[in-house]
Design a protein around this ligand. Structure first.
Ligand code: ADP
Ligand code: MG
Length: 487
């Protein structure tokens, strides 16, 4: 649906089109008209389908003519997401004046927030900090026109249910309640029933749990080879931006350090970091200074950074829903993405199958590319760059230099090889990495169809590097040895 059909003000249409949005997504087309009319809306659609704009755009339109303080309250599960929502709203409101936004979350001094709350028409905050301000009366809900619960399933997962109910109960009788979520659990529907009247239910997905444009694979590997496997995958796919999930804060710290030591540009994000450290990490990740973000589930909730090409599950997620949220960080706004899950014992393999059943889609088993394959890939790219340089024409002065060396008796081939050696830097990142042999799994107990053997992303390796690729295709059988519990 085109945004023009949604009865939006020109100022908003202009801002939205400058943001590069052409068509409204299903959830946006389905909810914007009802939210504009002031109805109570509950919307469900998978991650990355534009739920922020689905409520953000109509809210900006409604606050354009309403100069009341705090007429809109948006609750968000995390600080990062609250900041992101505020930023988005400011963008939609770029050509409208007076729409001030206050972002309130924990871990930051109250004073600045109190200042911002004095003028803000729209308040975006985490439930805990919103409660704080309500108690101190630095935030009053007397003028409340709309309350939004964004990523409601996340807020419930994080244990905010009591806070949310308290906040909803303290709101004045007459107001609009809007709720968005990637999933609608019975618990969420209870909130809907208790706090909404004549709910407009918008389900913009057809029960689809993951976004179809994410290529999902997993690797069954020995337990002590996770670090090597991860580095090999990173070097093979070279994602422009990647998110790596671990289950514990300690693992996040350790892994970020290990990756940095080997020359990867990694940074860690988890709840124990101070707010300003978290801000720095997010800024570096957005700017590309660190292109690999290692994070816990909680810290990465709702994060929307453009062009995350790959999500790695270094640890298999503890909850099925986490998997959906994790991989939903890639393949956003119709782009393609990939997810790679490391499975390092039988219990984890079982968990993987559970996740597969939960999402109702296959996760393809693959093998970790070998060091040789990656070196061959690098050489292949290097050879291609030489071919390109020759076809673009080479400076004659260099040819004179070569001719001079040849008159001294050096062979052309030796000269060229020496130059290659000087140019092609040794891959420090894989210096200490050993090949990772996959563990063969039995397909019989799997619900989904046959898995294809590992293919090197459809690349063609020609000439003398070809033998290297065969190694990686050989599927070596290795009996599975039951290991002691790892948890
Ligand atoms: P969700 O909350 O559903 O997970 P977000 O609101 O975070 O999704 O949006 C995901 C990404 O899609 C963001 O980068 C956002 O800017 C972009 N986006 C949202 N709506 C549109 C649209 N209509 N056209 C293009 N991109 C969009
Ligand atoms: Mg969202």
């Amino acid at each position: 649906m085109n945004f023009n059909e949604l009865n939006l003000r020109n100022e908003i249409l202009r801002a939205v089109s400058e943001m590069g949005y052409e068509e409204a997504t299903d959830i946006q087309g389905g909810s914007i008209p009802s939210i504009l009319e002031g109805k109570d809306v509950t919307g469900r659609s998978s991650t990355g389908t534009g739920k922020t704009a689905a409520f953000g755009i109509p809210i900006v339109q409604r606050t354009a003519d309403n100069t009341d303080r705090a007429s809109v309250l948006i609750l968000s599960p995390t600080r990062e997401l609250a900041v992101q929502i505020s930023d988005e709203i400011r963008k939609y409101a770029k050509y409208l004046s007076g729409i001030s936004v206050a972002t309130i979350y924990g871990g930051q001094p109250m004073q600045g927030q109190i200042q911002a709350l004095r003028t803000a028409r729209i308040v975006v905050g985490t439930p805990g900090r919103v409660m704080d301000h309500l108690r101190r009366k630095t935030l009053k809900l007397d003028n409340l026109q709309t309350i939004v619960l964004d990523e409601a399933d996340e807020m419930l997962n994080m244990g905010f249910i009591d806070d949310i109910r308290t906040i909803l109960e303290s709101a004045p009788e007459e107001h609009q309640t809007v709720l968005f979520s990637a999933t609608l659990s019975p618990e969420i529907m209870r909130i809907t029933n208790d706090f909404q009247t004549d709910t407009v239910l918008v389900k913009a997905d057809k029960g689809q749990r993951t976004v179809a444009n994410i290529d999902q694979s997993y690797y069954n590997i020995p337990k002590d080879s996770k670090n090597d496997a991860l580095k090999l995958l990173l070097e093979y796919h070279k994602p422009k931006r990647a998110l790596i999930f671990c289950n514990t804060k300690k693992m996040v710290d350790d892994l970020a350090e290990i990756l940095c030591e080997d020359g990867f540009k990694a940074a860690g994000l988890h709840g124990d970091l101070k707010q300003n450290q978290r801000n720095i990490v997010m800024r570096d990740f957005k700017s590309g200074r660190a292109n690999i973000l290692v994070a816990t589930d909680v810290a990465a909730r709702g994060i929307d950074v453009d062009d995350v090409e790959a999500v790695f599950n270094y640890d298999i997620p503890q909850e099925n829903e986490y998997y959906i949220h994790r991989i939903g960080r890639t393949g956003r706004a119709g782009k393609t993405g990939a997810s790679y899950t490391l499975v390092a014992n039988r219990k984890q393999l079982y968990r993987l199958h559970e996740i597969e059943r939960h999402i109702g889609a296959p996760i393809t088993e693959k093998e970790i590319p070998s060091v040789k394959t990656i070196v061959a890939q690098g050489n292949d790219e290097f050879a291609a760059s030489i071919r390109r340089a020759i076809s673009h024409g080479v400076d004659d002065n260099w040819k004179l230099l070569i001719a001079e060396l040849m008159t001294e008796g050096y062979e052309a081939e030796d000269i060229a090889a020496a130059l290659c050696e000087k140019l092609q830097k040794k891959n420090k990142k894989l210096a200490a990495v050993k090949d990772v042999e996959s563990i063969k799994t039995f397909k019989d107990d799997r619900k989904f169809g046959k898995k294809k053997p590992y293919k090197s992303g459809g690349r063609e390796f020609r000439g003398k590097w070809d033998h290297d690729r065969k190694d990686s295709r050989d599927f070596k059988k290795k009996p599975y040895k039951a290991k002691k519990k790892e948890y």
